[in-house]
Design a protein around this ligand. Structure first.
Ligand code: ATP
Length: 321
């Protein structure tokens, strides 16, 4: 790890060449130190062109998160949040799960996640400047058992935020993936802390594809899409607006549960009355037609064995063509 890597990336973010000599002068270090910092960036999967006589350059300009811009975009509720922007972290969810004493409404966003997580040990693909990855810690007075439906509620917050930014065709795949054109734009991972009955806390992780290189999008093992191909949105504004809508939805969820958001969720439902395959954690799968979502977020699917109820935790839904 080099403490200069991200300050140098801030300079390279303009997409222009910067010579090793200029960078060394700017940061008052040797060219070898600059080279080491660049090497570290490469170990994080960041592509940097290095051309003799010209210097270093990123393949294209990138935009990095700016805490003040994010806070500005949250608007009036900004005082609720404690925002941290980390350069590099294994996973923002893991970070917050390990910081058990973090204040309510702490949001940790990262420029680079080296081990981004999906559900059940799956991984989440993200790249510097091309993905928004953050986690929000939200404390609830109720116990974890009252939080069923929370992952669906979070999906509603994401759709509201996207709609307010002009993305009007986003849908939800139960329990909580955000799709555009049936391709995954954003994923949500919720991990819970605390007692089943006592006060609890949720770490709500969100990954949004901003403008991933085509080869990266195609390397993902299910159809994926990025925001740039739908609508150009500044990532500071996106994070601010997402946090604003998350705070509205989470406050409403704590007061009324998922029931207050159910009708809205159903309006965004990508698989309403569609034939789907439900994949179980033990490898079994069940085919059926999606019928409804219950007041607690359980998915009702009409199968050959009658109406079956699926709760979010471990189950994946796949469309059947
Ligand atoms: P699913 O119902 O799709 O299985 P899930 O909730 O289990 O959803 P997640 O845990 O949200 O999936 O995300 C992990 C999965 O998402 C990966 O296994 C991969 O298929 C896909 N994936 C990983 N990175 C991305 C990305 N950047 N964009 C879209 N999809 C991704």
């Amino acid at each position: 790890m080099s403490s200069l890597t991200f300050p140098i990336l801030q300079v390279l973010a303009d997409g222009n060449f910067h010579s090793g000599e200029d960078l060394a002068q700017q940061f008052k270090v040797t060219r070898a130190t600059i080279w080491n910092a660049i090497r570290h960036a490469e170990t994080l999967g960041i592509e940097i062109f290095s051309v003799r006589g010209r210097g270093y350059k990123l393949p294209q300009p990138i935009e990095l998160l700016d805490k003040n811009e994010v806070l500005k975009a949250i608007g009036e509720q900004r005082a609720w949040f404690k925002l941290e922007v980390l350069d590099e972290v294994a996973s923002t969810n893991t970070y917050l799960m390990q910081h058990k004493n973090a204040a309510h409404a702490t949001c940790v966003a990262a420029h680079v996640q080296t081990n981004g997580k999906g559900r059940r040990g799956r991984s989440w693909v993200s790249h510097l400047g091309a993905s928004l990855t953050f986690s929000l810690l939200w404390r609830f007075q109720c116990g974890a058992t009252a939080l069923s439906g929370l992952s669906l509620a979070v999906g509603v917050a994401l759709i509201r935020a996207l709609e307010s930014l002009g993305v009007t065709n986003a849908q939800l795949k139960w329990p909580n993936d955000v799709l555009v054109d049936n391709k995954k734009l954003a994923g949500i991972l919720i991990e819970l802390q605390g007692d089943l009955e006592g006060p609890s806390a949720a770490v709500i992780g969100v990954g949004v594809n901003l403008n991933l290189p085509k080869n990266v999008l195609e390397s993902i093992d299910q159809p994926a899409i990025d925001l740039a191909s739908v609508k150009a949105v500044d990532q500071n504004i996106l994070l601010g607006v997402l946090l604003k809508h998350l705070s509205d939805v989470l406050s409403g969820f704590e007061a009324h549960g998922f029931i207050g958001l159910r009708d809205e969720w159903l309006r965004y439902h990508a698989y309403k009355n569609k034939v789907v395959m439900m994949l179980m954690p033990d490898g079994r799968s069940v085919q059926g037609e999606v019928k409804d979502v219950a007041d607690d977020g359980i998915l009702l699917v009409e199968t050959a064995f009658g109406m079956q109820r699926f709760s979010a935790g471990e189950i994946s839904l796949r469309g059947v063509k």
